[in-house]
Design a protein around this ligand. Sequence first.
Ligand code: ADP
Ligand code: MG
Length: 141
Amino acid sequence: MSEAGPRLRSDSPERTEAIGAEIARDLSPGDVVLVEGDVGAGKTTLIRGACRALGVREPVTSPTFTIGARYAGRVPVSHLDLYRLEELDAEVPGLLDDYLTPDAIAFVEWPAVGADLVAARVRAEIEHAGGDRRSISVICR
Ligand code: ADP
Ligand code: MG
């Protein structure tokens, strides 16, 4: 993946999962992947594909009543959904510490604003492109 990654086209949830799996191939423990996009864009879907590729077998759904989930894959995998965090307190010290651990690969669903809270190495941005189509950009630094 390059600094300014290409825009990838998806026309199904399965294709978005496959793009997630592709992203997962380049990840190592300690990496944080920021996944941006509107509600329903496919953030959780992309993360599900990445988690499957990392050996996670349990269901990967949107964490609803907590900010995150921790899965056992070939490495520990964290899945955070901070979409509603602005209603909580983004400044609570240590809020993410249990999830962003050096041994884990972490995926963070995040709104388009305030992305600098997390020092992510990889950013995926998903945009609606009509119907089941999505445009996905992946930036890796
Ligand atoms: P988010 O986490 O961004 O809110 P989800 O992954 O939970 O989004 O939901 C995306 C919804 O859009 C799912 O119902 C999925 O089946 C549907 N969908 C349709 N086309 C696509 C696509 N190309 N990629 C991802 N999801 C898609
Ligand atoms: Mg989601």
